[in-house]
Structures are given as C-alpha cells and as structure tokens.
Design a binder for this molecule. Sequence first.
Ligand code: ARG
Length: 576
Amino acid sequence: MPDPQAALAEQVRAALTAEFGPACADADPAIRPSAFADFQANVALALAKRLGLPPREVAGRIASHLGDSPMIGLAEVSGPGFINITLSGEWIGAAATSQLADPRLGVGRAARPQRIVVDYSGPNVAKELHAGHLRATGVGDAVVRVLEHLGHTVIRAAHLGDWGTQFGMLIEHAVDVGEQATYDQLAAGEFTDFYQAARAKFDSDPSFTDRSRERVVELQSGDEQALRLWHLLVADSMEYLRRIYKRLHITLTDADMDPESFYNPMLAGVCAELEADGIAVISDGALCAFPPGFTGRGGQPVPVMLRKSDGGYGYATTDVAAIRYRLLDLGADRIIYVVGSEQHQHLAMVFAVARQAGWLTGAVSVEHAVIGLMTGPGGQRLRTRSGEQFKLVELIDEAVERAEEVIKDRYDDPDLRASIAEDVGVGALKYGDLSVARSSSYVLDFDRLLALTGNTGPYLQYATARIRSIFLKAGLTPGDAPGPITLGEPAERTLARTLLGFGPAVTETGQAAEPHRLATFLFDAASDFTTFYEQCPVLKADDPDTRSSRLALSALTLAVLTTGLDLLGIPVPDRM
Ligand code: ARG
C-alpha cells in the first residue's frame, strides 16, 4: 500500500527528469500537504534558480507531465510556482482497498532497524507513583509500542530508584517498627505513610539520623540484615508496581525495572576511568566532571558530582554508569529518556560527559523526550485538598468513577458496566495525556477528558463501538467486507484519504517520540468517519456495490482506529 506522499514524490521526480534531464533527478520534490488540494509540490522554485528559467514555466512543464499519471486527478500551477495536486479518486480507492488487505494497514517497517533503549516511568522503591509519573509512564509506553511495531528492537528501562541514602532511613525505620509490621503496611500499599514516618524521624531525631547513615554503609557493604530488609522493601514495591502497570495497560515487566542498584558494582570503575581520562577531577575532596557549556549564574562551571567527599555515590553517578552501559554493553543506536523537564540540565550534563568520554559518538542519538507538568486548575502543581501530591491510584479511581457516571444509564449488568467504566476511565486519563504535546504542561480537567465529543479517549472508543455495531446489525464481521472501496461522495473520499496517512503518522511518531502525532491522526480519522456516517448511509446504501464499498471503508476505519489506539496503549471496550 503506497504512502501517497512518498508515491507522489516518485511521480514528481519522474516528471522533472523527463522534462529537464537526469541531472535534475536529485532535486527535492518538496511535497507538502496543501490547504487547497491534497498536496503541493514546491520543487519548481528551487529548480528554476538552478535552470535559469521562470519558476511558473518550470512548474507548468512539471504539471503537464503529472497530468498523465493515473495517481493524479489534477495538477495546477498556483502563485509564484507552486504545483497544487489533487489525487484521483480511483487511485485513493484502490490504495484504500489494498490498505485494508494489508495486515500492517500500510505501516512500513524501519529500513534500518535500531536497538533503542527507552528509559521511562522512573518509579522509586517505597514510594507510590504520583500524578506526575502518569505522563512519563504513558508517553514512554506508547513510544515503546510504536517503535516495536516499526520493527525496532526496544529495550525498556524503568530505572527504578532502589539505591541511595534514603534506604538507610527506610531500613532503620523498618527495624524500629519490626519486620512483620513493615511487611503488613507495605503489602497494603501504604508506602507514603511508611516513607513519611521514616522521614519525620530522620528530620527530627538526631540519633535516628546517625543510625540511618550507618545503615547505608552497612547496606553498601553487604550486611545481611540490612540487605534482607532492603529486599523486603523492593519486593513489596514491585508487587505494587505490577498491579498499577497492569491496571494502566503498561507493558513494563519485572525484567524491565533496570534498578539503580544494578549499576552499583560499576560505579567505582566508571569514576576511575573518567579520572584517568582527565574528564573528572577532585574538587573540594569530591570527584567531579565539568562538561563544557554548563555554567552557573556567575559563569562558574557546574559540576556533575561523581563521588562525594565522604566517598558516596549519587544519582548522577548512576546515570553516568547507566549511559555507558547502554552505549557500550547494550550497543544502543538510540536512547530516549522520557523524563520530566525539571531533569533537563541533569540529563544534558550526563549526555555531555558520555560524549567527552568517547562512549557517545556521532552515529548514536541520545534524546531527552521532555515531559511537561500536569497541573491542577490555575496552573499550580496538582495537589489533594490536604496539600499532598495526588497519588496516581487516586487519579485513576476518580477517572473510573466519573466514567461510570457517564455511561451508567446504558447498562443494567453491573459487571459489564464496571468493566466498560474501567476501560473508559483509564482510556480517558491516558489519552488526555497522550493527545497533548508531551513537553507542554496542561491542566487536568476530568470533564474535558471524559467528554464524548472532541479529541478525547471516549470519543475514539465510541467511534470504534459504533462501527462494530454497524457490522453487528448486518450480521457481519469486519472480515466479511474486503471491498473494493470505490469513492463517490466527498465524505468518502476525505475519510479514505485520511486513513492512508496512518503509516506516515506511526513512522513520524516513532521518529519524534511524540505520541500526540498519532493521537491527532486518530482523532482526524474518527472525525472524518463521523461525517461520513452522517452523510453516507452504509447498510441502506442505494446499491450493493456502494454498500459493500462503504462497509469496507468502515472496516478499514475500525482496523486503523483499534490498531492505533493499541499502539497508544488505550484499552478499547467492545461496546460502549
Ligand atoms: N526515579 C527518578 C525520579 O523519580 C527518575 C528516573 C529517570 N531516569 C533516569 N535515568 N534518571 O526522579
């Protein structure tokens, strides 16, 4: 199934070589979507300069050649030398028919499959996920699904915070309250209470603080009791994470946790390597790297702290070891960090150290896929009434409760209603996040997320349910409608043309690591379907050929929407 934009580029290239000779074959056809036709080709402007001819003449000669192509209905010169191109309805219909027959629905496979590490979600042991983790988790998982679908080898890495000084405090608190009580509290998922109780003692009781510091040293030197309690904390957290990832349809498994502790044995070696290379130096007793280009307000260089003066390693050291491991041991071609914007400087400095050390070379792309803030009304940080961070579970529960409210009159069976409400609530929350550019901040507004119209999860879910019900009513399955797709009404043409954009939308989403691109495409497709459905009777079409074409177009829409929503990780209920 040809991607129209790519196919058109071929046609334009053929036309201009035929007109102006093979020397011009390297000119960029510069095909862009157009507001006046399907596409516009802007090649004539650049080419005219090269040939010393008036641009409108060059455009006219290319256009007259294009007119012969079966793909093109109309090619017209406009303005200073643009070529407006309208595809032929037959071509779109044939392309849509073959898209429907293609199991990949026109989504290509990467010409050069890469090994891609995606660092996302960023959970921490003994801490509940809060609202801020939703975006880094959902966006990361959508990126992973899309890249795998494009044929890349993806390594999921959740970079679990399971190491560091706070564990001294947590272990000491566990000793205080006793192992059984610790277990009971954490198995119930009450991490926040546990953490806060430990924190309160740490901040107020100097002897507890001292004991906590000793526990860290014990832990790091492999003390048996400290390790046992640490394992308990990790295991309980994993239990909790498994539950919440499952509920959110996140594909992370235990094997993807990429814990910070994994890098612990590498830290001393990495520090020694950087010191030997002269990239890290001792400054005030600490080992620091000063990557070029990072200066504070007074112009002084900002350090990456690799080893504190007391010999301890921190968050930055682990990230430096992790990027080295990903580049040199995993052989990554691309690394995507789906992490909040507040860590931008930290990550940029880690990348810079990797470049200085020669681990990161030109061929590899390392990116910070910036995640903006999700805020409460008025743009403030999202907080509960008592001023705490919203827990992610509370957010999900609230979305599901409100979803149940929206659909409550439609289903009598309480189990069915609950299961649909779960999909609609989770879908609304996740889609709301994925449909905005990931780097921009946005205000969480449940009413907007759950609306049945507009660019929302429920609208898209509803569109799929509606198409299913057409087939149900006819006693058919979508597989019974292979086409051919022939286009008569403008609404049919518009829908078919939009659906052809599925492949390019998925490819772009993977390239930019921006799920909102796919979301925008799916919304356009669903909107075009709504118009089509209002204007073109399907089951009551005038003649059997039109009916079977419209059924096929509906089947294609359903396939594209369900595949696209699955790539975004949005659950799709069978009915709604
Ligand atoms: N656990 C970290 C946090 O809560 C996020 C980890 C992000 N990934 C990384 N490689 N630093 O802030």
